[in-house]
Design a protein around this ligand. Structure first.
Ligand code: UTP
Length: 277
C-alpha cells in the first residue's frame, strides 16, 4: 500500500498576485478550507498518511495550518465553534508532515526530485493542490481510485481528462493506446503542444502515482519546455522503458491555479458541499 504523498508547493502563483505575495497559493481557501487541506484529505482517503511538501516561500503558513494552535483551541474549546476544527483535527491525528525547500525554481520535475529523500525507494502519490478534484459523496477520491489501480498494475499512473482543443496547449498531452474506456497505456507525452500538434485531447492533470525509478530519470532529464525540468519528460522515459498508465478519473477537476477555475470551484463547493453540510 502506498503511504506517502508528495505535494510541490514552491510555485510563485503569479496569476493570483498580489494575494500570493506573502502566502502560498495553496493556502488560498475554497470556501472555508485552503487548497492544500483538500489535497491532504484526498491523500488520506487513499491511505497516504505521510505528506511530503516541497516548499518555496511562505512555507510557515502551510506548516502552521498542519499544526496545533493552542491559543485558538483553548479559546473556542467547549463552544459551538469547536466543531469548525473537526476536519483539521482529523488530519493532524492521522497524518505526518515533512518539508524540504526547492532551492531553485526549475520546474515541476525539479520540485519532485527535491522530494526524493522524503520519499525513499517506494511508489508515491503526487498531488498538485491547485488542481482541486471533487468526487460525489460516497465515491472514492481521485487519488484513492488511482491507488486501487496501482495495487492491480504496480506501475506509474497519471490522471487525465478530455480537454477542448482550444485549451490543450496549456497541458501535458498523451499519445496512448486505449485499454478500456477509462484506462490507456502511454506511448508518448508532449508538454504544452500547439493545438494542431497535440497527439490527442487527453490532458495530464495534477494527480500522479509514480514508481521510485522516476528519481533517476529526473536526475538525467535536461531542461525542456520553458527551460524547466519537466516531470512529463521523465514520465515519457518511464513509458518508453516500461509501463505507464493514464487514467480518466471519475469526478470533477477545477483548475484553481487560474482565477476563473478558482471562482468556479468556489461556487461549486459552496452550493454542493458547504450548503449541504
Ligand atoms: P504552476 O506553474 O501551475 O504554478 O505549477 P505556479 O508557477 O505557482 O503558477 P503561476 O503560473 O505563477 O500562477 C504547478 C504546481 O507545481 C508547483 C507549483 O507550486 C504548483 O503546485 N511547482 C512548479 C513547484 O513546486 N516548483 C516549480 O519549480 C514549479
Amino acid at each position: 500500500m502506498i503511504s506517502k504523498c508528495l505535494s510541490p508547493v514552491a510555485g510563485y502563483g503569479t496569476r493570483f498576485l498580489p494575494a500570493t505575495k506573502s502566502i502560498p497559493k495553496e493556502m488560498l481557501p475554497v470556501v472555508d478550507k485552503p487548497l492544500i487541506h483538500y489535497a491532504v484529505e484526498e491523500a488520506l482517503d487513499a491511505g497516504m498518511v505521510n505528506n511530503a511538501f516541497v516548499t518555496g516561500r511562505g512555507k510557515h503558513a502551510i506548516a502552521d495550518h498542519f499544526d496545533i494552535s493552542y491559543e485558538l483551541e483553548t479559546e473556542i474549546s467547549g463552544t459551538g465553534k469547536e466543531e469548525k476544527l473537526i476536519d483539521i483535527r482529523k488530519l493532524l491525528d492521522n497524518c505526518t508532515f515533512a518539508y524540504t525547500p526547492q532551492k531553485e525554481m526549475k520546474g515541476l520535475g525539479h520540485a519532485v526530485l527535491a522530494g526524493k529523500n522524503m520519499i525513499g525507494d517506494q511508489a508515491f502519490g503526487v498531488i498538485l493542490a491547485d488542481d482541486l478534484c471533487i468526487t460525489e459523496p460516497g465515491e472514492d477520491s481521485v487519488m484513492k481510485q488511482m491507488a486501487d489501480l496501482y495495487e492491480e498494475h504496480q506501475c506509474s499512473i497519471i490522471a487525465i481528462e478530455e480537454v477542448p482543443k482550444e485549451n490543450i496547449s496549456s497541458y501535458g498531452v498523451i499519445d496512448a493506446e486505449m485499454i478500456n474506456d477509462n484506462l490507456f497505456r502511454v506511448n508518448d507525452m508532449v508538454e504544452k503542444p500547439p493545438a494542431d500538434e497535440a497527439p490527442s485531447n487527453l490532458a495530464v492533470i495534477g494527480r500522479y502515482i509514480l514508481t521510485p525509478d522516476i528519481f533517476d530519470l529526473l536526475s538525467d532529464t535536461k531542461p525542456g519546455a520553458g527551460g524547466e525540468i519537466q516531470l512529463t519528460d521523465a514520465i515519457k522515459e518511464q513509458a518508453k522503458n516500461g509501463k505507464v498508465l493514464a487514467y480518466k478519473f471519475k469526478g470533477r477537476r477545477f483548475d484553481c491555479g487560474s482565477v476563473e477555475g478558482f471562482v468556479e470551484a468556489t461556487n461549486y463547493c459552496y452550493e454542493n458541499i458547504f450548503k449541504k453540510r
